[in-house]
Design a binder for this molecule. Structure first.
Ligand code: SAM
Length: 322
């Protein structure tokens, strides 16, 4: 097992199945152009082999499929069928929900039991303004259908001053009423926001500001969370839970167990680091040749992790999947 001085190891793998996306969210894609798949994306088979090799070489036991938008990728079915056979303790998916109803049979057949749906507002006009793609009613219908199919849903919301702060309470009430766990994600200094402090600070909403807003309406208690959890979790007694992924307010680098693989075959050990390590060529090699080389790169990727706090990164989230 590869472990660093702080006792950290890779356990959670996030795979960006494709960099293509049917949205162009303001905080992710500043020019508003929807991203298409990179020319040199790995095949579903190579990515699945990557998961198998990383289970062995790094001790990965949890997988999250993300993107871009994973549900637009033609690789989804083949990839999911392959990784479903690998004995992982958990496979989950992050999606914008636009194609959720359509892909639900595939997801259910592949054994997906929980998904995160990114949704920043329940206001149709604000939705168009932030996501710059898709349609709100389709997302809500997709979530209803997924819930009816027995899938556990978390909703990811990025609170943005001046754009959707008035949606914090409506979204929280909506989620509590349906048994969805709402996850607020503090805006991260990624992509264009890493170099544009003004844009970041104008929009940033902190954990404390969120708690103060919610505290005006509900009593809440801090709830238990796993030691390598990224979210601070709260319970509203008798009604449900919400969480805050507070990259800025409560940094969690000291316990980070995440490894990311991009759709073009690059390993990223840390969102704050510009280092990345190419493994695409290794995935075509037999196991006995690939594993030693992969282990050497994993040592470097683990060394890329920040000691204490996230400090921002120039990589666009859609390339590495958030
Ligand atoms: N397309 C999928 C989706 O929308 O969930 C998966 C990819 S998306 C990059 C993953 C998550 O990253 C989304 O919840 C999105 O809101 C979040 N995200 C993207 N850029 C962000 C930023 N600068 N700060 C915080 N969250 C961000």
């Amino acid at each position: 097992m590869i472990v660093d001085r702080q006792g950290r190891r890779f356990r959670n793998l996030r795979i960006s199945l494709t960099s293509a996306c049917n949205y162009a969210c303001t905080y992710c894609v500043p020019n508003g152009k929807r991203l298409v798949a990179a020319q040199d994306e790995l095949s579903a088979e190579a990515m699945a082999r990557g998961v198998a090799y990383l289970i062995e070489a790094a001790g990965i036991d949890r997988l999250r499929i993300t993107g871009g938008e994973p549900l637009v990728s033609p690789k989804l079915e083949t990839f999911m069928q392959a990784v479903g056979q690998m004995g992982l303790s958990d496979i989950s998916l992050t999606t914008n929900g636009q194609l959720l109803a359509r892909k639900l049979p595939l997801l259910v057949d592949a054994g997906i039991r929980r998904i995160n749906v990114s949704l920043d507002t329940l206001d149709a006009d604000a939705f168009r303004g932030i996501a710059r793609g898709g349609d709100l009613a389709t997302v809500l219908d997709g979530m209803d259908q997924a819930r009816a199919a027995g899938i556990k849903i978390k909703v990811n919301m990025v609170p943005l001053r001046g754009q959707n702060l008035d949606q914090v309470m409506p979204l929280l009430e909506y989620c509590l009423a349906r048994g969805y766990e709402l996850r607020f994600i503090e805006l991260m200094r990624m992509g264009h926001l890493a170099s544009d402090s003004n844009a970041f600070l104008q929009q940033f909403v902190s954990l404390q500001q969120l708690l103060s807003l919610i505290g005006d309406h509900h009593e809440y208690l801090q709830a238990d969370a796993p030691v390598d959890a990224t979210a601070v979790r709260y319970e509203i007694p008798g009604q449900g839970f919400f969480g805050v992924i507070a990259n800025e307010s409560v940094p969690f680098c000291r316990t980070c167990s995440r490894l990311r693989l991009s759709s073009t075959g690059w390993l990223h050990g840390c969102l704050s680091s510009s280092n990345r390590h190419y493994v695409g060529d290794l995935l075509d090699k037999p196991r006995h040749q690939a594993l030693p080389a992969l282990q050497r790169l994993l040592v470097k990727a683990l060394g890329d992790k920040q000691e204490v706090a996230f400090s921002g990164g120039a990589t666009v989230m859609k390339i590495i999947g958030g």
